[in-house]
Design a protein around this ligand. Sequence first.
Ligand code: NAD
Length: 250
Amino acid sequence: MRDIIKAIASDIKTSKHVVIFTGAGISVESGIPAYRGEKGLWNKYDPNIYANITYFLQDPSYYWNFFREVRYPMLKKVKPNKAHLALAELETVGNLKTVITQNIDGLHQDAGSSSVIELHGTTRTIYCLNCSQEYSMDEVFSMLEAQIPPLCSECKGKLRPAVVFFGESLNSQILRLAFEEAENCDFLLAVGSSLVVHPAADIPRMAKQRGAFLAIINIEKTPLDTTADYVINDEAGKILPQIVQSLKDD
Ligand code: NAD
């Protein structure tokens, strides 16, 4: 294990444009469950009801009850973990240019990462479908005391979170930026992602096809393991600080 960590650190050191690609697994150690798997959120909450755009537009009350009971209390108490903090440090000790994340929790920004592409949006912003007025999670949580679903205080329009629901396309401009990073990087490190959700999972694949080194840190195996240069099946919060330390020691 030490050898592979040293090898990854050494390749990061000589790389000019390092990109990180993260998934739900990086936030598990902060207390946010991944969606899939035994302890996944979707085992408890049906994504066809709680995360589907058609269902949300028909009856938003399910989502807002879920937001009030589950999502908001969880996001209010979570903090970046050692993995998020190590990636923020990689901006100063390695040539980390961008973090591309599938997560909607905002923990990379809380940890101090300065360039984050959020492929699936963010739960931290909520906006009006009619007039685009934006609200914070706190503001909307207070509104939920009075009524569910909440309505825009400007125009009484329906509110929605700035996340990509199932049944919606990813924002094309954000996706283009992410693929540009995949084309331009010479090292891509994928962390805590099952690499099965597309088109997001095509980003590390493209980086590898364009000649970048590809490293994967994930507890479970992924479909890209056989094409990656390095694979570590272990916890992100344990491995990433060791990679950063190895870079500092060099
Ligand atoms: P996923 O649930 O499909 O895969 C997560 C992977 O992380 C799994 O393979 C698991 O083995 C691994 N993992 C779990 N704990 C880990 C740890 N401590 N260290 C390293 N690996 C660990 O998630 P994904 O690939 O991000 O895919 C999909 C979707 O999940 C995205 O659409 C994303 O928006 C959404 N999501 C986001 C959040 C969040 O914002 N925190 C939470 C759940 C799901």
